[in-house]
Ligand binder design. Structure first.
Ligand code: PMP
Length: 420
């Protein structure tokens, strides 16, 4: 492991770090995005193929990070590469519509039969921003109800459920228009909405909140949200940026819930930047430019043919049989890890192809613990996200799942020993 050394202007033992004339690393902290951070200088990815990634330290890993769950078909899937290269060679992106937008729209909307239309964005963050704008525009109301620990990206509104440590730099007015309530607290949900039903534009739910340790959201909570939203003319937004992979009809389908708007991203771009807001026709009419006074929706790269073509290929390669197969592999991982880590004070949570080990009874895991588990996993050739969210990809089979589970269990055991 690399020893950590921090100077006035940032980490110095990263061999790739480049400094500007005034001594600062060109990337703040030495990172191109803060979400890479694992407590010490990071390895660099060199190459990926299928479920494996190689890094610049000469190590081979099972890639269960999958760029934060987005690579549902692993690295460089030949059919996705072919689709992306075909779009790229034809010009990459244009300022008039392209046919691949229709193709991805069709692939996605067949999976969401209760919704009618979709608009593409460049990220999940933008999709959630658009959904909230549509909800506010259509209701004429401002307030948004969220759950503690729900993650909806990095817009001002989306940072509020993270609590005070996330809202530095977010204007007071934005914070005041967002009401966070505790997860699974049906009475708090009723109390918040019924105190001012005509104030709420939207209820937005993340049904597998990673920031809350993948805590399971109860059916009662989800269906109460649906019922309250319908009763009071509030738009129910289900944020499926991560969770769409969990069911052929997304996690909403697994809960038997019909959202008014659904946001997604990650897997539907085949590894390229993407987001989407899908919704009922009456609501999506808000962004219909043929109607007077419609809401703005743009984005230079929204709907770009490379993301669209790669995404359509990714969805074609993920029929219901593959959803079920990956979910079953997730069960194998969870049960095998559970058996091996019994007595360590850790547990394994998740649903379908998303897996996370957390200390028992803890929903918000501290950074130091997360980083320890990340590095113990890394040492065993297993890459997760810095929060140790693991996702499976279709190149994996049962043997890989068992191997992955062994590496994860070994890492958890190592971390728990160190905590003694
Ligand atoms: N919503 C949820 C539920 C997410 O998990 C994420 C990303 N992890 C986002 C929104 C934001 O997506 P992006 O990172 O593409 O902006």
């Amino acid at each position: 492991m690399v020893a950590e050394q921090i100077t006035e202007h940032g980490l110095v033992d990263d061999p790739h770090l480049r400094r500007g004339a005034r001594g600062y690393p060109l990337l703040p902290g030495g990172y191109g995005r803060s979400t890479y951070y694992t407590g010490r200088p990071s390895p660099y990815a060199v190459r990926g193929e299928g479920y494996r990634v190689w890094d610049d330290r000469g190590r081979e890993h099972i890639d269960a990070n999958n760029n934060f769950t987005s690579l549902i078909h692993g690295n460089a899937h030949p059919e996705i590469v072919e689709a992306a290269v075909r779009a790229l060679s034809a010009g990459a992106s244009w300022g008039i519509p392209n046919l691949d937008e229709w193709e991805l729209a069709e692939q996605l909307m067949t999976r969401l039969p209760s919704l009618d239309q979709v608009r593409f964005t460049n990220s999940g963050t933008e999709a959630v921003m658009a959904a909230i704008r549509i909800a506010r525009g259509s209701t004429g109301r401002d307030r948004v109800l969220v759950t503690d620990g729900g993650y909806h990206g990095t817009s001002d509104v989306a940072l509020v459920p993270g609590g005070p440590s996330y809202t530095r730099g977010v204007p007071r007015g934005v914070i005041d228009d967002v009401t966070p309530i505790p997860l699974n607290d049906v009475s708090a949900l009723h109390a918040a909405v019924e105190a001012a039903p005509a104030a709420y534009a939207a209820i937005i739910l993340d049904l597998l909140p990673n920031r809350a340790g993948l805590l399971h959201i109860t059916d009662e909570f989800v269906h109460s949200a649906r019922e309250l939203a319908s009763r009071h003319g509030i738009v129910l937004i289900i944020d499926e940026v991560i969770s769409l992979r969990l069911g052929y009809h997304g996690i909403s389908g697994e809960y038997g819930i019909e959202p008014d708007l659904l946001t997604t991203g990650k897997t539907i771009g085949g590894g390229f930047p993407v987001g989407a807001v899908a919704g009922r026709g009456e609501l999506m009419a808000e962004v219909d430019p043929t109607k007077p006074n419609s809401l703005p929706h743009g984005g230079t790269f929204s709907g770009n043919p490379v993301s669209m073509a790669a995404g359509a290929a990714a969805l074609r390669l993920y029929p219901e049989s593959e959803v079920l197969r990956l979910n079953a592999l997730g069960e194998i991982v969870r049960s095998s890890v559970s058996a091996r880590i019994a007595g360590t004070g850790w547990t394994v949570r998740g649903q379908g192809s998303l897996i996370r080990a957390v200390p028992e009874g803890v929903n918000k895991v501290d950074d130091a613990t997360q980083h320890r588990l990340w590095w113990e996993s890394y040492e065993r050739g297993l890459l997760g996200s810095p929060a140790n969210l693991l996702s499976l990809s279709t190149p994996m089979d049962k043997a890989v799942a068992v191997d992955l589970a062994d590496r994860l269990a070994d890492a958890v055991i190592a971390v728990s020993d160190k905590q003694d």
